[in-house]
Design a protein around this ligand. Structure first.
Ligand code: SF4
Length: 340
């Protein structure tokens, strides 16, 4: 790893566990670390006590002494509007899905391990989130409506602004329809619809998925839900984007409820926007088995923050410390990759 691909998260986590004055040993075979690590240490106020190359071409071993002041640098540069860390939380309810989209960042499919978030763990997560001042949660997957206890997970987030991401294809009948009808109308549904006509959408998401998504959008709206539409552009031309807006106008989807973003080169995607902690504004994300920098990066080991979702305070702390270093270094060029 280098500082841009995940090392910064690792050493930030490790430093948070040390007392001031204790030493952290870092061994790296990545040449850029020889330049970046001393810069990071200076920004944060730590001291590089020693630096040793095992061969002239590395790997290199560093010993870094933790600063007496543990709060890290103040943010000296503003990089634009950012949702304050701790206000928004992304939650993967499960990883199985009725679809197997070619660009799925979560590597979801009908055969994917479900990795379901249990309702009692969800309740603990949301309780801590509220206590920390959290305001809004985005429940995603996989297809959340595949989770047999989705209703209990959504209920556990009561009092927070709740959005459920869905392909809107499987809640039309049976017990899922009952669940949909039982949900509080304060819950927002964010539905994927990639193109104005079926061709591009179905090419990535499977034959017939476009028309079923539209049916799902219509059903949810007829039941009184606010529906937000998210389009992932894979091969779309500008004229296609304009056509999509016209289609959404016809569907009655407000402009503010449209989200159009590129494919991220993550998970199953074989191309798309490269993401790293330098190009992704953090959106702390938890799964049943860990915590991550951003929801598009839950298959990327370099963007994993923790092996457990709790405590959230530690997850947010690592993100804040990392941002403080990035801001202090004024790493311009960060792009915002929005999912909500
Ligand atoms: S992109 Fe969404 S709908 Fe498609 S496989 Fe992944 S989770 Fe399922």
């Amino acid at each position: 790893m280098d500082c841009g691909s995940g090392l910064l998260l690792l050493i930030t986590r490790a430093m948070r566990r040390l007392e001031p004055g204790q030493l952290l040993g870092i061994r790296s075979a990545e040449p850029s670390v020889v330049i970046d690590l001393p810069v990071w240490a200076e920004l944060v106020g730590h001291t590089v006590e020693s630096q040793h190359a095992e061969t002239p071409d590395g790997p290199w071993l560093f010993l870094v002494r933790k600063a007496a002041a543990t709060t890290g640098p103040s943010t000296v540069f503003s990089l634009g509007e950012r949702t304050p860390i701790g206000q928004r939380l992304w939650v993967y309810t499960n990883f199985d899905c009725n679809l197997a989209c070619g660009y799925c960042c979560a590597e979801s499919s009908p055969r994917a391990a479900a990795r379901r978030l249990a309702p009692d763990l969800a309740a603990a997560v949301f309780a801590e989130f509220r206590s920390l001042g959290g305001r809004e949660v985005f429940l995603t997957g996989g297809e959340p409506f595949m989770h047999p206890q989705l209703g209990a997970v959504i209920d556990a987030a009561a009092g927070l602004d709740r959005t459920v991401l869905t392909n809107a294809m499987i809640f039309g009948r049976g017990r899922r329809r009952e669940l949909l009808e039982s949900l509080d109308r304060s819950v927002t549904l964010q539905v994927s619809l990639d193109s104005a006509t079926a061709d591009l959408h179905d090419r990535q998401r499977g034959a017939g998925s476009w028309s079923r998504a539209l049916d799902g959008i219509g059903l949810a709206r007829s039941l009184g839900f606010r529906v937000r539409v998210a389009a992932t552009l894979y091969d779309e031309k500008p004229a296609g984007v304009a056509a999509l807006h016209r289609r959404l106008d016809a569907e009655g989807i407000a402009t503010a409820d449209r989200l159009i973003r590129p494919v991220a080169h993550e998970g199953f995607a074989d191309s798309g926007v490269h993401v790293s902690i330098d190009t992704l504004e953090p959106e702390p994300t938890i799964t049943a088995d860990g915590a991550w920098w951003h929801p598009v990066a839950v298959t990327n080991a370099h963007l994993r923050i923790a092996e457990t979702p709790l405590p959230l305070a530690e997850v947010f702390g690592v993100v804040r410390d990392t941002l403080a270093v990035q801001d202090a270094a004024a790493r311009s060029g960060r792009e915002v990759f929005r999912c909500a």
